[in-house]
Design a protein around this ligand. Structure first.
Ligand code: FAD
Length: 402
């Protein structure tokens, strides 16, 4: 088994690492203090630098202007970008746009490509994905209240959504709505493109999360759809195919998130070790000489390395055998990596003492922002339950046959 990374990939990763450290780390204190909207001009400059370096859209096929990386290679890139809160944004591979790009490439019509995909790939507009509802369990996306009824050539959408991340400032939403209520539960909902300025679609609030309401890309929108009318040509893919398309989006999306979390854990590890080496608990006795701190450092290193190998293996599985046969691996990394990241962040914050709680390091931001990783794209419990069911199945089958 060969664990080496090809030289050309290493060279690219080195350039990305250097860019993140020299161009993005210095923006952090501003990012933590200012509104995201106030950061847009400086981030536009950084995005231009990324284009000029030929590193724009690492996750997208070459024919659409991206780098054409495999999922495994993009995973390695994500681990570098994750070290900065604006890393993915600077390279135009941020959620939820990256998922919407994939969906539009696969299921969009030539008209959708012209109107929505091209400006999205160019970084001229942003988008959002509007599936979760306050009154229905997001963990069971086959059951939702939002409907899209046909009327003439249009769909008329009614319902309520929340956690539509980055709706504030987005140009369009991909909305999941029930179009075929009588169909099998996996075939009821469709994905429909809805421009945010469509009458009847109202962004009522950015939800306050962990003490922050956020704005622009860093927000989570609450949206009402009241007789919101869009042409039926705004349907993405087959009618009733919304659930299948959402599943399709989630496989690679989970690899992207997990590798970004590896990046965050690496950053936390780096900050923890640097502080443990420097901070003295008594003259000439830095924290790093204490056995308990040494244990945290070793435990963190092992957890990060183990999680990283598991995520790269899951990416390799998707690249080589496809998403369906990689379902177990994807479930495993989703909850393992999210929890690993929280463990490492917790230790890094603890090592920093009071400083760890302040916004003078990015640790507290990562802590409050990334806790959600155990909930979105399938809560820990949902992954554990479905993984265990699949693992137990052969034993159940054996019993039945015996
Ligand atoms: C920061 C953030 C960003 C998000 N961005 C988006 C977005 O852009 N677009 C979008 O549409 N949605 C988004 N979401 C919503 C997210 O997908 C849902 O929160 C998630 O699917 C869980 O749904 P829920 O919140 O309704 O919780 P519920 O489904 O009500 O579940 C509550 C809890 O119950 C437990 N649980 C659920 N099912 C089971 C089960 N079968 N067995 C055991 N325990 C179970 C889990 O612990 C779960 O956390 C985002 C959420 C967050 C926090």
């Amino acid at each position: 088994m060969d664990f080496s990374i090809p030289e050309s990939t290493q060279e690219m990763l080195g350039r990305i690492r250097n860019f993140v450290e020299t161009e993005l780390y210095p923006l952090e204190s501003e990012f933590l203090e200012k509104k995201f909207r106030d950061m847009l001009p400086v981030l536009a400059e950084k995005r231009q630098m990324v284009r000029d370096m030929g590193l724009w859209l690492p996750q997208i096929e070459k024919e659409h202007g991206g780098l054409g990386l495999s999922l495994l290679e993009h995973g390695l890139v994500s681990a570098e970008l994750g070290k900065s809160p604006v890393g993915n944004y600077a390279f135009n591979c941020q959620a939820p746009d990256s998922g919407n790009m994939e969906i539009l490439i696969k299921f969009g019509s030539p008209e959708h490509h012209e109107k929505y995909l091209k400006p999205l790939l160019a970084g001229e507009i942003r988008s959002c994905f509007s599936m979760t509802e306050p009154d229905f369990p997001g963990s069971n996306p086959t059951w939702m209240g939002t409907t899209a009824e046909k009327d003439g050539d249009d769909y008329v959408i009614n319902g309520k959504k929340w956690f539509t991340s980055s709706a504030d400032g987005a140009t369009f939403a991909v909305v999941m709505a029930v179009t075929n209520p009588e169909a099998h539960r996996h075939m009821r909902a469709s994905q429909i493109l809805v421009p945010l300025d469509t009458p009847g679609m109202t962004l009522t609030a950015n939800t306050p999360c962990m003490g922050h309401r956020g704005d622009d890309w860093t927000s989570h929108g609450e949206i009402t759809y009241e007789n919101c009318r869009v042409p039926q040509s705004n349907l993405l893919g087959p009618e009733g195919g919304g659930f299948m398309m959402a599943q399709e989006r989630l496989g690679p999306g989970r690899i992207h998130h997990c590798m970004r979390w590896i990046g965050i854990a690496e950053r936390a590890f780096d900050l923890m070790c640097a502080y443990a080496a420097k901070r003295e608990v008594a003259p000439g006795r830095p924290l790093g000489t204490q056995q308990i701190i040494q244990a945290w450092i070793s435990e963190s290193r092992v957890q990060i390395n183990a999680a990283r190998l598991m995520v790269l293996h899951a990416a390799w599985m998707i690249d080589n055998v496809g998403q369906k046969d990689a379902r177990n691996e994807v479930s495993m990394i989703k909850f393992n990596t999210a929890n690993m990241m929280m463990d490492v962040l917790d230790r890094a914050i603890q090592v920093h003492g009071g400083l760890g709680i302040t916004d003078y390091t990015p640790l507290a931001f990562f802590w409050r922002h990334e806790r959600a990783g155990r909930i979105y794209d399938g809560a820990d419990e949902v992954h554990k339950v479905s993984l265990a069911k699949r693992l137990l199945q052969p034993y159940m089958d054996n019993l039945e046959q015996g």
